[in-house]
Design a protein around this ligand. Structure first.
Ligand SMILES: Cc1cc2nc3c(=O)[nH]c(=O)nc-3n(C[C@H](O)[C@H](O)[C@H](O)COP(=O)(O)OP(=O)(O)OC[C@H]3O[C@@H](n4cnc5c(N)ncnc54)[C@H](O)[C@@H]3O)c2cc1C
Length: 266
């Protein structure tokens, strides 16, 4: 079964629920999903509710989601076991500009849970490596206990230069991490020369500072893309909860160009 009607919640079996940190888990769902890197789905549990979650996979024979437990739906999803049924509708929104980036370099910057949103980009470039020149990925976590997707690191390193930072450095991670914020790592690293597209996802302050750092280093604003999160319900541009100025996060985003977002932010 694949996702055929994006408006219809489809029942899907849980294959795996892997605890990654104390309040973060990974769900692997039994559905070969068709999506663009950076898009999201609405996942629901009957009688409990629905939540938008970024798709952390691309062109795999399963759908992967990475979820932080913050409230009713995400905590209930955290208790799901293999064999349980969840409901999925989507994919929704505009993803990262994989086509536009072809023939040039890519800089990917992600922090914490934001790595889930760019994980689809990592899957994509792993299968389309010949379409891009240099790929630099900067990934930041609070400390070694907050590291997610650790089992994918070797795969990522095959297709890109991976730079990892931990706010506080501790033993016990397989990364060669440096201590400090990921934004500082971006500032001190010489970026690839020539046409480059940047893709950012993480806490708002991280995206703001990394975006500014890239622009100060000479990147045009229309080559920097950020993935935004807003409270949303319908995901189809109807309920208006996710609007940023006159634009919808669910339909026009969640991935926005830096200069476009500036136009819509008061
Ligand atoms: C496009 C998009 C992609 C997302 N991707 C992921 C993902 O990959 N992994 C993940 O863990 N989370 C992701 N989120 C956030 C996730 O949707 C919320 O954490 C979830 O809806 C909370 O539902 P709940 O019922 O567990 O919590 P609730 O009980 O509904 O809320 C708990 C608290 O979180 C706040 N909250 C809920 N949703 C949001 C939001 N979107 N932004 C800011 N605060 C919010 C509420 O106001 C409340 O304070 C994404 C959100 C969007 C819009």
């Amino acid at each position: 079964m694949t996702n055929t009607n994006v408006y219809l919640p489809e029942p899907v079996k849980v294959l795996e629920n892997l605890r990654e940190t104390t309040d973060n888990f990974r769900l692997v769902l039994d559905i070969p999903f068709k999506n663009e890197p950076g898009q999201f789905v609405q996942i629901s549990l009957l009688g409990i509710g629905e939540a938008p979650i970024s798709i952390a996979s691309w062109d795999r024979d399963y759908l992967m989601l990475h979820i932080r437990e913050v409230g009713t739906v995400t905590r209930a999803l955290g208790r799901c076991k293999p064999g349980d049924t969840v409901f999925i509708r989507g994919p929704y929104g505009k993803g990262y500009p994989m086509k536009e980036a072809e023939g040039g370099n890519m800089v990917i910057i992600a922090g914490g849970c934001g790595v889930a949103s760019v994980k689809g980009v990592f899957d994509y470039v792993g299968k389309n490596r010949d379409k891009y020149n240099e790929i630099y990925a900067f990934v930041g976590y609070r400390n070694s206990k907050e590291v997610i997707f650790e089992d994918f690191v070797d795969e990522w390193k095959e297709s890109m230069s991976l730079f990892v930072s931990l706010d506080t450095l501790k033993e016990g991670t397989c990364y060669d991490a440096t201590e400090g914020f990921v934004t500082d790592l971006v500032k001190i690293t010489e970026l690839p020369k020539g046409d480059t597209v940047a893709m950012l996802c993480g806490p708002p302050i991280m995206m703001k500072l990394s975006g500014r750092a890239l622009i100060e280093k000479g990147m045009p604003e229309d080559k920097v893309y950020v993935s935004e999160e807003r409270l949303m319900y319908c995901a189809t541009g109807t309920c208006c909860h996710c609007m940023i100025g006159s634009t919808f996060t669910c339909k026009d985003g969640p991935v926005f160009r830096w200069d476009e977002l500036k136009e819509h932010t008061p």
